[in-house]
Design a protein around this ligand. Structure first.
Ligand code: AKG
Ligand code: FE2
Length: 229
């Protein structure tokens, strides 16, 4: 929620930047409406089942590629076998703007050999009041391009740790609706998680009356269909 006192942008670790209130209220409303559509299909939003049978409390729908622990596929074989919806160009563009906003004049250090950032997958995560995400690394990608994370709705504690263990040292950052968090470069493989969501803290004006939405953009490094080289 936009408070009286604006929160400053913060470098949390080298390559990890928190930009509060980055999305405008209109952008948040548009993203909530779009997420509702993506959650409906062709692959419905669902709780991901982990390899040892555990079920994530967070619900997820993917765009561009379908993510399951350890792999990306074009079809959602663990859900309904349908092809995932494409990643909209508007989200790629938003990812590029996010990178520029986070890294400012240093953005060039985080771009690929072509001087670009081209995410090809978005995970849309929904947290109800009880959902959490354990400490993990985003490491199923064959590409070290930064991860862009956008938050809408209820505030949460985002725990940003270290690249060696799930434990300390870590920094707890409160992510509110509209906040951007980017981690790349030396922070790209840092363990992170969401130990707590604060129910009822989101502004219903976003269109999300309860819970928290997170959009995570990543570049998988996997081949683009129909493109050679
Ligand atoms: O919800 C968040 O802020 C983090 C999501 C995340 O780490 C992931 O989807 O890999
Ligand atoms: Fe993650």
């Amino acid at each position: 929620m936009r408070g009286l006192i604006s929160r400053p942008r913060a470098g949390i670790a080298p390559g990890a930047v928190h930009v509060p209130d980055w999305l405008s209220p209109a952008q948040q409303r548009d993203l909530v409406a779009a997420c509702r559509g993506w959650a409906a299909g062709p692959v419905p939003m669902r709780h991901t089942v982990l390899p040892r049978g555990g079920v994530m409390s967070v619900q997820t729908v993917c765009l561009g590629w379908h993510w399951q622990p350890y792999r990306y596929t074009r079809t959602a074989d663990d859900v309904n076998g349908e092809c995932v919806a494409p990643l909209p160009d508007a989200l790629v563009e938003l990812g590029r703007q996010a990178l520029a906003a986070a890294y400012e004049s240093a953005v060039g250090d985080y771009l690929d050999g072509r001087g670009e950032y081209t995410p090809d997958v978005a995970l849309v995560n929904y947290y109800d009041g009880a959902a959490r995400m354990g400490m993990h690394q985003d490491k199923d990608e064959r590409c070290a391009a930064p991860v862009v994370s956008l938050s809408i709705g209820d505030s949460c504690v985002f725990r940003f740790g270290n690249a060696e263990t799930r434990g300390r040292p870590y920094t707890d950052v409160e992510l509110e609706s509209g906040d951007l968090f980017v981690f790349g470069g030396p922070s790209r493989f840092t363990y992170h998680g969401v130990p707590k969501v604060y129910p009822g803290t989101g502004d219903p004006g976003t269109g999300l009356t309860r819970g928290r939405l997170n959009l995570t953009l990543r570049a998988t490094g996997l081949p683009v269909p129909g493109k050679i080289g």
